[in-house]
Design a protein around this ligand. Sequence first.
Ligand code: PLP
Length: 465
Amino acid sequence: MPAMTKDIDMTQNPNAQTQAWQQLDAAHHLHPFTDNGALNAKGSRVISHADGVYIHTPEGDAILDGMAGLWCVNMGYGRTELVQAATEQLNTLPYYNLFFQCTHPPATELAAQLTSLLPDHLNRVFFTGSGSECNDTVVRMVRHYWASQGQPKRKAIISRHNAYHGSTMAGASLGGMKPMHAQGGLPIPDIHHIDQPYHFGEGQGMDANEFGLERARQLEAKILELGPENVAAFIGEPVQGAGGVIIPPETYWPEVQRICRQYDILLISDEVICGFGRLGHWLGCEHFGVKPDLVCMAKGITSGYVPLGAVAVGDRVAQGLLDNGGDFNHGFTYSGHPVACAVASANLKLMADEKVLERINEHTAPYLQRRWAELADHPLVGEARGLGMVAALELVADKASGKRFDENVGAGTVCRDFCIESGLVMRAVGDTMIISPPLIITEAEIDELIARARRSLDLTWQKLV
Ligand code: PLP
């Protein structure tokens, strides 16, 4: 067994502690979404502490976290208000469940607090432990709802290729990630996919708004193919995050909503990334003028400090379930964990106290988007796009034609590695570079982010061209 950290003589080798962690990791840990064999040969990157918008290595390197962890640390690292809320709740009631007609103050208060922030028709909340669990919940809830309304054949759920809705069996099935479907026999039955509204990637040469309408109308075609009487719901992220920050043309969501209404299909907004300020609203769908029947939330709800998910249920579905649903045979041990609910409440209060939405809309997001757009002049960049506090760069081999690099070049991976070397976490989705920084990032920190991104683009350019 490799040395435990307490046994290490740091005076001989200042990196010894990190190396010991890497050895333990290689020997005992299987990482999510990772080729663990390849990682073991190279050694994991150890992140030992964090504050504000920076994560730190044990050696003291500060890396600007352009992804807010996994799109979640919205209020930044080191917020003592959240630590205190968790500590107080751990001391008061560290655990109790919400099954068997029980509740506890943190879950009740958070449900009321959340519904007061959300659009008027969302008045009920079902808690889970994660975004994936929210999506499993909505699959079961919409099917149960339709059965309770005397329409048990309405089982089909329509989603999009390249969507990400989590990693459970239902979450990954709703998602449209081919490599995920290839493992484990997915999707599960009655999940269908249409094309995504990815203008740069799939609509070049076409007017963006025309393209948005064309992609939205694939939903209508799919509903008619399946038979409206068999379709339960459509699910979508307002902006596809993990798929590469795909911002739909303005025409897309209103047309999707019109189609859902015409065929009486429930509309589910997966707000796991877009919710809680990421697009400048409590919910991302508000930006697009969409009124969903159900909403999935996680990540930013606690700023990632502890795991929590929540499904907000619109009045129509909630009333149908209350009137005719009987038992909903679904729930998780950690549904509405009291510590997670207490942290979420403190996080929402902190967002309100610090006027985060106002600050984003009036200052931070316009500044970030203005500075980000400047990167469009780089020879590697085919498109720089963004909305609110997310943004993407499309790396291309030839700027004039928009031609991509050969897949084997791995331009995105090369750029991502130069980003880390330059002190910036920026994620690569194929050759699309994406950011989603903490919402509390300052203008000076945005300047630093842009400078580090540009340096990484320069290094990538020098290496590849
Ligand atoms: N939905 C969306 C839009 C996501 O981006 C994610 C995670 O990135 C999920 C669901 C799954 O959430 P979790 O990883 O908490 O299960």
